[in-house]
Structures are given as C-alpha cells and as structure tokens.
Write a protein of this length. Structure first.
Length: 157
C-alpha cells in the first residue's frame, strides 16, 4: 500500500520571522495611535485681559491685567480696523512690569531682550504699546495668538 500523506514541513523560518516582525510593527502602530488619541489636548479658553491706558494719533497703550497660563508672546498678531479698513501696524513693544522693554514686533518678526521666544509669557503688569500710522477713537485693535496661546482680544480705542 502506498502512502498518500507526505510530511509537511510548514513555513520556512525566514518567512515566519518576517511575519512575526510585521505583526509586531502593526500592533505597535495600533497601540501608539490609541495612546495618542487618549492624550488630552490643552485648550486655552480665555483671552488676554487688557486695559487701555491711553492713546495718541499713532499709538495705543494697553496694560495686561490677566493672562492665561502659558500665554506666550511669540506668535502674537496685531490688526487694526481703522475707519472700516485694515490699518497697518508699524510696531509693538512689550514692557515688563518693571518698565524694561522685553520684546518688540517690527511688523514682520518678534525680537527679544534678555529672554528668548520660548520663555517669555504674558503676565499681569506688562504693558503693550502698539504703533500705527494712524489711530483714532472708535478703531478696533485685535490681538490674537497664531499659536493658540490665548483667545482673540479686541479693544475699541
């Protein structure tokens, strides 16, 4: 009588190793996506607290009365609604509570004095002086964060 059954050797060791590595990589990727999805995202839910302390025909001075934790200066954007048209912001200077200038915006980029972009946060007592070619009563100055550090703040001058 002839044997019909042959001995099956199974999958080669090389293919088995490749399959095990592939399954491990896929499981690691799935686990990574699940863990990242569980990480809470920080949401800033408050604007800068600003009080107008004065203005001229070319500048407005604001005092920071409150700021959300982690509200960094870097990425702050200014826009001016001047007589229902976009006004150009020439510069903005931020002074520390002691009156020393710590950052200034030249219309295109921030520069810092005695600190770096990743360490300068808004805090109560700071002063912001925004300059433009023309500022008049009734204009609206909008201050926002490109990085999402605080909600948009609008101040009517």
């Amino acid at each position: 009588m002839k044997r019909i059954w042959k001995e099956n050797e199974g999958v080669s060791p090389v293919i088995a190793t490749i399959l095990m590595v592939a399954i491990t990589v896929v499981l690691a990727a799935v686990l990574y996506v699940m863990v990242i999805g569980m990480t809470p995202t920080e949401t800033i839910v408050s604007p800068l607290g600003l009080n107008k302390s004065g203005h001229t025909t070319t500048s407005v001075t604001l005092l920071v009365s409150s700021a959300p934790d982690g509200a960094m200066v870097e990425g702050t954007l200014f826009s001016l609604d001047h007589n229902n048209a976009i006004g150009i912001i020439d510069s903005a200077i931020i002074y520390a509570g002691n009156g020393a200038p710590v950052a200034w915006y030249n219309g295109t980029a921030w520069e810092y004095s005695g600190t770096t972009a990743d360490t300068l946060h808004y805090s109560p007592g700071m002063k912001i002086v925004v300059s433009a070619s023309a500022i008049s009563s009734g204009d609206t100055l909008t201050i926002s964060s490109a990085e999402g550090y605080f909600l948009t703040t609008e101040t009517v001058i």
